[in-house]
Design a protein around this ligand. Structure first.
Ligand SMILES: [Zn+2]
Length: 154
């Protein structure tokens, strides 16, 4: 299933498949994987697009042109492929992204004094800079943060 999803993504990016058809195929994969977290962004995208479509009809605007939709879908596929590579192929699964030093790596635990009970608590921190601003890459939020930082560093 992973290979099939990646193939669809590559074909959309290389313009061999229409983005809207690629999105349709991802809906099938979603159903077959019982809405796996790995592909859930495509369900959200479908919902967002429908919402945009109906709300622009409702206000009588047609600012949602088909090339805008194509672009949105293609971007989501690009993002998807990048994460398949980062998270699953390059062994980043289970690692964290540090928003402070922008590194991807392991965590350490650090003892921290808090004004609550118990006063000394263990917190997970970045093993490089010991910041607490870390994001788990298994979540979409963590992946988005990583994507953002990669975008800025390019
Ligand atoms: Zn760090």
């Amino acid at each position: 299933m992973e290979e099939k999803a990646k193939k669809i993504a590559e074909e959309v990016i290389r313009r061999k498949t229409r983005p809207i058809d690629g999105l349709e195929e991802m809906q099938n994969i979603l159903r077959q994987t019982k809405y796996s977290e790995r592909y859930i962004q495509f369900l959200n995208l479908e919902e967002d697009l429908n919402f945009l479509k109906y709300s622009s009809i409702a206000i009588g605007a047609d600012f949602l042109e088909s090339n805008t939709i194509d672009e949105l879908i293609t971007k989501e596929f690009e993002c998807f492929l990048a994460f398949e590579k980062i998270v699953y192929e390059e062994g980043f699964e289970g690692k964290v992204f540090c928003a402070h030093c922008q590194n991807v790596g392991q965590t350490n635990t650090r003892k921290k004094l808090k004004f609550q009970l118990p006063p000394i608590q263990k917190v997970e921190v970045c093993s490089t800079c010991r910041s607490e601003k870390i994001h788990d890459l298994s979540t979409k939020q963590g992946q988005k943060k990583l994507a953002k930082s990669l975008k800025y560093s390019r």
